[in-house]
Design a protein around this ligand. Structure first.
Ligand code: PLP
Length: 426
């Protein structure tokens, strides 16, 4: 049933490292060959062998309206006809910036870039430029893209300066990154004892890159308190949670607020877009207003702006979407958990808006080490068997799942029926 994909993957591997342009797509953590996709339609994906899947990945988050949403498609086509890129300002950028700014009390200005990686990398540079400090704190298990200073693992223990986690990253570039355990207040305090030169904390307030592991309110409040005390800026990386966890992302459901917020995924609706945003005082440090340099040939690309603009306008005009998405995500994971319990399989589940996660383990993980203790073998088997039945879950236990607006309760029932058959044999 995957013959054409297997052949396509072999061909891809000849000319593309590992056959993919982003490592997770290669299915290494679950094994097997990734289906090669021909098209998407609403909540569904179709591969080149003619298999149809209910898609819980949605391009890793951007497609909150599912594939080929008519309004987004129309806006993109209309904009394309005026030209693909100008490298000059367009009103679309201001319109999309206004949509974002309008929603947050603590944001006055937005700078658009072309990916989440660029957004976080630039936000960190801005924080360093504003504070005049050099060190940064990142948490183990949070992913903020692949810029050098973030490709870091804990050195000889937590709350220490990190070592590169990838060849090609000089130790000189990670020596300013302190790595701390997520949700560990004592550890975080220790970081501030290690260094008096901390420019920013960067955090996924709802971590989605070690599976779904939300930060506790207490932990985030401590981040805020320590930042305020030490003249450090708090960066909320909402590339994934932005417009997903709620209309205002994690910021909309948490008491603690960040100083700089990074966006991506949903604000581009499937086009390559990222952004970072903050108060006018902070953003005033950015070139050409200020001295912190940041630039991009395709930044604020009109086609991408048009897609994002329609997407955000539709979300704002239909606020009931969030309750519906949240109910569907809950129906899915609660259903999975009930089935697992029926077959004596330990499972932990959680949701935030349209984001969902499930782990095969006894206790809800609250950090990266605890996620590592889950049953990855069971996850891989479950993933594989569900794929064969037409359900496309993220191909790693370290990823979060997403529901889109076009998924129906009947779709979820079908998924749960399939999961029941599979878990009987897990
Ligand atoms: N930040 C978070 C929270 C992400 O989930 C990701 C990607 O998944 C990134 C940053 C990097 O974004 P991109 O892959 O667009 O560079």
């Amino acid at each position: 049933m995957f013959e054409k994909s297997i052949k396509a993957y072999e061909e891809a591997c000849k000319v593309i490292p590992g056959g993919v342009d982003s490592p997770v797509r290669a299915f290494k953590s679950v094994g097997g060959t990734p289906p090669f996709i021909q098209k998407g339609e609403g909540a569904y994906l179709y591969d080149i062998d003619g298999n149809k899947y209910l898609d819980f990945v949605q391009s890793w988050g951007p497609l909150i309206f599912g594939h080929c949403d008519k309004d987004i498609e129309e806006a993109v086509i209309k904009t394309v006809k005026n030209g693909l890129s100008f490298g000059a300002p367009t009103e679309l950028e201001t319109q999309l910036a206004n949509e974002i700014v309008e929603m947050y009390d603590n944001i006055d200005k937005v700078r658009f870039v072309s990916s989440g990686t660029e957004a976080t990398m630039s936000a960190i540079r801005l924080a360093r430029g504003v504070t005049g400090k050099n060190d940064i704190i990142k948490f183990e298990g949070c992913y903020h893209g692949h810029s050098d200073s973030l490709l870091v693992q804990a050195g000889s223990g937590m709350a220490t300066f990190g070592a590169p986690s990838s060849p090609g990253v000089p130790a000189d570039l990670t020596k300013h990154t302190l790595v701390c355990e997520y949700n560990n207040i004592e550890n975080l305090k220790k970081c501030f004892e290690e260094s008096s030169d901390i420019a920013c904390i960067i955090i996924e307030p709802i971590a989605g890159n070690m599976g779904l592991v939300p930060a506790t309110e207490e932990f985030l409040a401590t981040c805020r308190e320590l930042c305020d005390k030490h003249g450090t800026l708090l960066i909320f990386d909402e590339v994934m949670s932005g417009f997903r966890a709620s209309l205002k992302g994690a910021s909309g459901i948490l008491k603690t607020q960040g100083d700089i917020i990074t966006f991506g995924k949903v604000i581009g609706a499937g086009m390559p877009v990222g952004a970072f945003a903050a108060s006018k005082e902070i953003m005033g440090h950015l070139s050409p207003e200020g001295k912190v340099y940041q630039a991009g040939t395709l930044s604020g690309n009109p086609v991408a702006m048009a897609a994002g603009l329609v997407s955000l306008k539709k979300l704002k005009a239909n606020l009931e979407i969030y309750a519906d998405l949240s109910a569907k995500a809950k129906k899915l994971v609660n259903g999975l958990k009930d089935i697992a319990t029926k077959y004596n399989i330990p499972m932990q589940v959680d949701t935030r808006g349209s984001m969902f996660g499930f782990f095969f383990c006894e206790k809800a993980p609250k950090n990266f080490v605890e996620v590592g203790l889950c049953d990855f073998k069971r996850f891989a088997t479950f993933h594989h068997e569900m794929l064969k039945k037409g359900f496309y879950f993220a191909c790693s236990q370290y990823e979060t799942g997403f529901v889109c607006t076009t998924i129906t309760n009947e779709d979820i029932d079908a998924c749960l029926n399939a999961a029941d058959e599979i878990m009987q044999k897990l």
